[in-house]
Design a binder for this molecule. Sequence first.
Ligand code: HEM
Length: 261
Amino acid sequence: MPPLTYANYLDLEKLLTLQNPRSTPAEHDEMLFIIIHQTYELWFKQLLHEFDRINRDFGAGKLFDAIHSFKRARTIMKTLVGQIDILETMTPSSFSSFRDRLDTASGFQSIQFRELEFLLGYKRASTLAYVKPDMPGYVRLEQRLKERTVIDYFYDFLETRGAKIPAELKSRDLTQPNQPNEQVQAEILKLYRSSPEVSILFELMTDFDEGLQEWRYRHIKLVERTIGAKKGTGGSPGVPFLKQSLFHPIFPDLWAIRVQM
Ligand code: HEM
């Protein structure tokens, strides 16, 4: 066996052959476009990895582990938002020069992004219509639609802290999005008042949630300034579709109680 090196540990030779611009004559910015998207997909992979752990930790009532992972997830989210600045250095005319090459390809078809939404309880089964069963990861995505979300595991965690979770939430149809609930809000409020360490977790969850909404906002502005009112390559109406989820909170219960604090 050859000694382990930086390059073979990271499989760099393979990684660095995966950027294949398609425009002829070559369009300088297409490389950036590819690298940014690939980087996002890597971070989505890491976020899914972190949330799978958060779910396990919530289930086991491990507060400090969940705090640790949410801190990381929130920080990754800030990086995802920050990366948009780099792509915004690409002008609309530069993007137009290779946009045709994208054909129907669009971030809309990002299976990992959709997996993340499902895992976070934002289950829009209708979005499955825009991805195809033969796409890599489709089976995993379908599976996620049926699985418990981070909010279902969050209920388990709240129970380990003495909260009473309504029975209808415990036996809910898992293929549907999680919904806000007043009883859960009352329990969270109690914990905010009685347990400062649990309130650290709640605040980090809110940070993550705000970060995802910030990403949605920045992505819409990026789209507006790059393609204006043109339709998306993924077949949606473009900006109007994206605006539907702009202010969608992942943890609505954590937002609803603020008026009472
Ligand atoms: C020039 C840059 C970009 C443009 C013009 C653009 C455009 C769009 C448009 C129009 C949509 C709506 C769906 C459709 O295609 O019809 C969309 C969705 C999406 N894009 Fe982008 N995008 C850009 C960059 C990015 C980047 C860097 C990412 C990072 C992964 C990304 C991820 C997504 C995701 C995840 C969706 C689905 C969002 C949702 O369903 O709420 N996009 N994009």
